[in-house]
Design a protein around this ligand. Sequence first.
Ligand code: ZN
Length: 352
Amino acid sequence: MIVGVTGYYSSGKDCFAKYLETKGFIHYSLSDELRNELKKRKKKITRENLIEIGNEIRKEYGPDILSKRIIKKIKTKKNYVISSIRNNYELLSFKEFDDFIFVNIFSPIEIRIKRIKKRNREEDPKTLKELKQKETQENSKNIYNQNLQEVTNVADVIIKNDLSLKIFYGKIEKVLKDRTIIQTNITKSIIKKRSNYISWDEYFMGIALLSAKRSKDPNTQVGACIVDHNKKIVGIGYNGFPIGCSDNELPWVREAKNINNTKYPYVVHAEANAILNSTTKLNGTKLYVTLFPCNECVKLIIQSGIKEIIFLSDKYRNINSCKAAEKMLKMVGVKIRKLNLNKKILIDFEKY
Ligand code: ZN
């Protein structure tokens, strides 16, 4: 895990980094890189000089030179805290790490000036006005310079540090804990894919079964799903009356003296609906259907170019219409395949 930290003058960045050090994080500071550079050039370490040298070497070696130097030292599987990220390019180079999190420590300026006055360092600003002036130096639009405002705006987490240290540490702990849980889950899913995912047959037949749930037929609910060679669903249907023919006015019964008082003259079978609802030409496609098709549907299946029928149940296969269906399918070479799935898939809306 790599935690980048930013924030305005005296907001608590160093305090944050030091706290993470106590948790075993290795601390690198982009301003330490600048301090070393000043030492090399035998210049005094002041905030002005730090800003100046930073802008200078970013211009000379590229806007992300400081982060590049630190990234060279980073080894995987260790925890790091990187402080003083003050430029978008510095930030971007860290964002390439999957386990990078960017934190902005925020303290109101009135609190920060109190802290600055209390610690009474020679190079520090002495008044609120001076502090504001110094901060404008940190907000350049030039890509080689500091642009702290832009950087703080894109933090993943903002930790407000305006109360006691104890409260501040508590907030840090919470961020680390939440992040660790999220990160662990991400890592696990990357390392090992789920093993109990459903097969294509289960998926498409599952969709056919779910479609069947839409049927209002009290006796037989059939669903169908047509799939192309790219495993894209191109048609779905279930058994029902034609559009506009009321389910309340037409009969659902299977037997009556007059056939017109049964469902049979009116109902459109699932396979026919799937073909009629299809979004493309069906040549070479496969039809998943929960029940072996009747002769009327098989005529449509053959004419539309479907080349394989995958079904779950064939409990009516010995009736005349199914026999005729099978005869035609054999004649034209449409494959038929019975799925034997011993599986239950639960759809639990309540879980979400
Ligand atoms: Zn049919």
